[in-house]
Design a protein around this ligand. Structure first.
Ligand SMILES: CC(C)(COP(=O)(O)OP(=O)(O)OC[C@H]1O[C@@H](n2cnc3c(N)ncnc32)[C@H](O)[C@@H]1OP(=O)(O)O)[C@@H](O)C(=O)NCCC(=O)NCCS
Length: 168
């Protein structure tokens, strides 16, 4: 039977795996932020950052933090903790290479959205990179036109949002 894994909050002992996977996922496209920046996103909202454990090992991570609608972290800057607000920004989601194609990213997303609803967030946002806009559309995110993005995301990035209490 396929192991759909366990999701739990990110802990100090996970950082080695998180940083290595992030580098493998983003270095080639110039989008890797590095450990200090990743840790600053986590510090801003530890209760909305998770790791996936699958087949007895680290299998991926997700970092999310509150951000006003229409804004997002700059990949080149450390996070400054601001007021919480009601929008939960999914900053980064990476599944380990060996586990891709099994629906684990949607599973982690559902986990985050449930935690977000419970914590009182009303909307969720993200920046689609690496041509993932189609995947996010299928997961109920819609493009929010006219949202300026930091240059650090590159020209192909797309800002998307969804209501957490509706279907779209
Ligand atoms: C993108 C990523 C998180 C997807 O994780 P995954 O668990 O392998 O996701 P799955 O392949 O199970 O895909 C789930 C669904 O999205 C679709 N999908 C996956 N990648 C896609 C893409 N790049 N474009 C369009 N659809 C995509 C799948 O076909 C699947 O659809 P289905 O349920 O209709 O079959 C993973 O490939 C990854 O970690 N990539 C590197 C980091 C990255 O780019 N993260 C996203 C940043 S916005």
């Amino acid at each position: 039977m396929t192991d759909s894994g366990t999701i739990r909050p990110l802990r100090e002992e996970d950082w080695g795996e998180v940083v290595a996977l992030e580098r493998r996922a983003y270095a080639a496209s110039g989008l890797s932020e590095g450990e200090e920046a990743l840790r600053s996103r986590h510090r801003a909202s530890p209760s909305t950052c998770f790791v996936l454990l699958c087949e007895g090992a680290f299998g991926g991570y997700l970092l999310a933090l509150p951000y006003p609608l229409g804004r997002c972290p700059d990949l080149r800057l450390l996070e400054q903790v601001g007021p919480a607000g009601t929008n939960l920004h999914l900053h980064d989601l990476v599944i380990a290479e060996r586990l891709r194609g099994r629906g684990l990213a949607p599973r982690m997303l559902r986990h985050l959205e449930e935690a977000g609803r419970t914590a009182g967030y009303r909307t969720s946002s993200l920046v689609a990179v690496h041509g993932t806009q189609g995947m996010w559309s299928a997961l109920n995110y819609r493009v929010r036109p006219g949202t300026p993005l930091p240059a650090s995301y590159g020209p192909a990035a797309v800002y998307m949002t969804r209501e957490l209490n509706g279907s779209g």
